[in-house]
Design a protein around this ligand. Structure first.
Ligand code: 16G
Ligand code: ZN
Length: 551
């Protein structure tokens, strides 16, 4: 029998008032957990170590802690908790986390006791924490602080050291399903995804316009390690040439976020025209594809493209296998209007729009038998209901159907195993896209031909208080400050296929502006005009009629 010792409040109080004193006020658990300057996070890490134990005791399952600040600069860091099913921390607990971290040092233990009482947590219950961190210089110190918190609660710690975000999510689910989802080790992760990929690829490595080689920009982040590990498993099936592999500055002019926002290739990708390139972000949960053509024009294939490619492919496999499972696609307001029109009019797949942030997309996607969700920034995955996976697996073995039906179902079972269903996973998504391009015999320009993106632009506006902006209808409508939505409507009206929305960032102290319209020359102007309207109204300068007539 294991001896479950209770939480040691004395040690906690002692540490909180010495090594892990509160450093800053008002830090918030946002869409990506806590994220700020690394030196301000040490006390946060300690508190999160403790809170993860409470969460684990409550849920009677392992909970994850990931230390990373994704695409932020090296000086930043962050912490997020991963729920037992691999999902983001439940929303109600974001406030609990925020309150605990911001409690005054001498009020920390009482706050902790209150959480335990309010949530009805059994202190004597066992707890297991899965810990992972990225390659930032500040990460070991934060991991150490979290471990101090975990140890003070006498929980079981499984420290996986350096991993990327999707690997940590995978490990949490693998542990909680006793290996049913996959072996709970990094080698289990590589093995599961690469075996399924190789099964589908078979012996024909190249096909039509598709060649099994690509360039990968790893943002100088933790993802580079996973790519290198994958190279071994994929030998002979896919050649991945890595640049920005950690030898340069993290996220500096490289990575998926940079490439998507700036719409330019990253530093150090030296490739011939029309070569297939991908950029992943600093913690490997986002991916975009791109290439530069013979006229040196840059082409981006983002999360919207991946979602449509996958939707079409899975729809085809369902038709071939004659399984009546429903597929749905989930996007955010950032999805290009071109992609949404294509999904509705050509793919004829139901499409939903939700607020930014993985938890919103993930929850909505759970409503479908097969839910495909992607943010335009390249974060996304595909989730299959347990019942849908059973139907597919049974169909692969069903002797009463035709061989082609069985084959399509069998292919889908491998597709399921290529996918990291627990969260957006850049490398799993890459293997899936490579599978589909290979099946179709496509290069990137073939893929790009399915629909045209509308020219688009994103801007950041610094205002006194970004919370002056409030939105509704999945962030497509601005309800505060008064009059701003009317101004946006007036501006948008002047541009063919114009659309624009604004929202306060959840990760930076700014307001984001998105604009798209038919004409590339106009989109900068539309974005700038909306940005001016935001600046004026959010700072209380206005309402000012910034409605310049279009020339
Ligand atoms: C976080 C979100 C990401 C979202 C981004 C928006 C998670 C795990 N990550 O990185 O999905 O796109 O925030 O950032 O939910 P913003 O609020 O600064 O625009
Ligand atoms: Zn990320």
């Amino acid at each position: 029998m294991q001896d479950f010792k209770n939480i040691n409040y004395e040690i906690i109080e002692n540490l909180r008032t010495t090594d892990f004193k509160k450093r800053v006020e008002g830090i918030q658990y946002g869409t990506a957990g806590f994220r700020t300057k690394a030196e301000d996070l040490v006390h946060v890490a300690f508190a999160m170590g403790i809170l993860s134990v409470l969460r684990s005791k409550l849920k009677k399952a392992a909970v994850g802690i990931m230390i990373t600040a994704s695409h932020n600069p090296e000086c930043d860091n962050g912490l997020k908790l991963v729920d037992p099913s691999g999902e983001m921390l439940e929303t109600a607990w974001e406030k609990i986390a925020t309150d605990l971290v911001n409690a005054d040092d001498n009020n920390f233990v009482p706050t902790l006791r209150k959480v335990i009482k309010d949530q009805g947590i059994n202190e004597a219950a066992p707890a297991t924490i899965i810990l992972g961190r990225d390659t930032r210089k500040s990460s070991p110190k934060l991991a150490e602080a979290a471990i101090k918190g975990i140890d003070a609660c006498h929980a079981t710690l499984k420290d996986f050291g350096i991993v990327n975000t999707p690997q940590l999510h995978y490990l949490v689910v693998a542990v909680n399903t006793n290996g049913e989802y996959g072996d709970s080790s990094l080698s289990g992760y590589y093995q599961k995804l690469s075996t399924a990929f190789k099964n589908i690829r078979g012996t024909r490595i190249n096909n039509g316009q598709y060649s099994a080689e690509l360039q990968l920009d790893a943002a100088n982040g933790v993802g580079a390690l996973a790519v290198k590990a994958f190279q071994e498993y994929l030998k002979g099936f896919l050649t991945v040439n890595v640049c920005n592999d950690g030898s340069g500055e993290l996220n500096y002019m490289c990575g998926a976020d940079y490439v998507k926002i700036q719409q330019v290739p990253p530093l150090n990708v030296v490739s011939k025209p029309n070569v297939r390139c991908v950029s992943i972000d600093g913690d490997a949960d986002r991916i975009v594809y791109f290439y530069t053509d013979e006229n040196n024009k840059f082409h981006l294939l983002d999360g919207d493209r991946i979602a449509t490619l996958v939707a079409e492919y899975l729809k085809g496999l369902l038709q071939e296998s004659q399984l009546s499972l429903n597929i749905g696609l989930v996007q955010t307001a950032y999805a290009n209007g071109g992609s949404t029109d294509y999904i509705k009019n050509n793919l004829k797949v139901p499409v939903a729009c939700v607020s930014t942030g993985v938890k919103h997309l993930h929850h909505k996607a759970l409503e479908f038998d097969i839910g495909i969700y992607f943010e335009a920034n390249g974060h996304g995955t595909i989730i299959f209901k347990d019942s849908a996976m059973k139907v597919i697996r049974d169909a692969a073995k069903d002797k009463n159907t035709t061989e082609s039906q069985r084959k399509a179902a069998a292919k889908m079972t491998d597709v399921i195993d290529v996918i990291n269903q627990t969260v957006g996973d850049a490398l799993s998504d890459m293997l899936l896209v490579e599978t589909i391009l290979h099946a179709k015999g496509w290069n990137l320009s073939d893929w790009e031909e399915s629909y045209n993106d509308l020219p688009n632009r994103q801007l950041k506006v610094k205002v006194q208080d970004r919370n002056a902006i409030e939105t509704a209808d999945a962030e497509r409508l601005c309800v505060k400050p008064k009059g701003l939505q009317e101004q946006i409507d007036d501006l948008v009206k002047q541009y063919s296929r114009g659309r624009s929305f604004v929202r306060p960032s959840g990760t930076e102290d700014i307001v984001r502006v998105y604009a798209e319209c038919e004409n590339a020359a106009d989109v900068e102007k539309l974005a700038a005009e909306v940005a001016v309207a935001v600046y004026n109204l959010a700072n209380g300068i206005g309402p000012k009629p910034v409605v310049p007539s279009k020339m």
